[in-house]
Design a binder for this molecule. Sequence first.
Ligand SMILES: Nc1ncnc2c1ncn2[C@@H]1O[C@H](COP(=O)(O)OP(=O)(O)OP(=O)(O)O)[C@@H](O)[C@H]1O
Ligand SMILES: [Mg+2]
Length: 363
Amino acid sequence: MRDAIVRLDKAAKAFATPEGRQVKALDGIDLEVGRNEFITLLGPSGCGKTTLLQAISGFVELDSGRITIDGEDMTDRPPYKRPVNTVFQNYALFPHMTVGANVAYALEVAGVAKAERTERVKAALQMVGLEGMEGRLPRQLSGGQQQRVALARAIIARPKVLLLDEPLSALDKNLRQSMQLELKTLQHELGITFIFVTHDQQEALTMSDRVAVLSNGLIQQLDTPRTIYDHPASTFVANFVGASNLFEGRADGTTFVTNDGAPIQLASASAAGNATALIRPEQFFLKSYTDAYPAIDVTVEQIVFVGSSFELFGRTAAGRTLVAEIPATQRAAVGALDTGAQARWYYDPAMVHIIGGQAEVVA
Ligand SMILES: Nc1ncnc2c1ncn2[C@@H]1O[C@H](COP(=O)(O)OP(=O)(O)OP(=O)(O)O)[C@@H](O)[C@H]1O
Ligand SMILES: [Mg+2]
């Protein structure tokens, strides 16, 4: 990457557990984060997300490998001398200090004069939608407001890179969704690089320029949200990001034959060999929109209404359970189905994605 602001080169960190094992929290990570990029680290609990952030902030010391920020080697530099700041999940505000004092803290430590501090606190609070709340104590604010104070406190010193470790996970769903969009807007306005951690795949897809999917201390795939979703590089990524119907079998030209002998049509020829075919639930239709759409025959087992859509569970003749997501606008077609009914689930061959190798199970 030409204009990388953060660069990790074979970053490795192992922890000795109290049970006497070694855990590779970072197993030799190479990563380049672009200037002003919003990048998200996504992965299951324990995969190394927090360790990776803390290696960048300097709170975790690497066993080996190097970290550069804006062209300068940070590997041996203490946290307070790195041009980064962190926003944590639990806000970590000083409870006895007012909002204004909390936000001003870093400037005070840096010896910024009072008049300038007051101005900058005002601007930072305005940026996060909390103007005029300088005098309140953290306990006089809602959870969402406290998280905004934490954000204002982290951006006031204009770090080059902002690290955010699951900053929204304590918020309820609606607030969380509006904060997701606000954070994205704020990042644009500030022109600061954001490295954001979540284990919520929807959040990662919504907010990020690129998503790094991690497991076991390794980056499994690093790509735009659309590529991660439409072209997962492995069955682990396919399973972790979005719901998946995965079929193990063999690709052979434009036909894929599942291990239980059912054909799946492909739009273009795939290299012959063992592979896994992926059809996302929303790629199934209850009717064929063109003559060219093939179908999979299922027995409908369950119909679940989830508001904007229906989730249909169906079983193939070979006993495989599949899931289809049908938009709620097609309620008439869904209403015609009962559990136990036979149905044809159509799909567009162009939307079948082939993943090399056999399916792995998400831990
Ligand atoms: N100080 C420590 N001592 C021992 N093991 C640790 C320490 N910190 C982290 N680990 C281990 O390293 C691995 C990665 O931990 P990390 O906190 O980076 O995961 P995470 O992806 O942030 O998970 P979560 O989503 O639960 O926050 C885990 O197996 C964890 O148990
Ligand atoms: Mg963590």
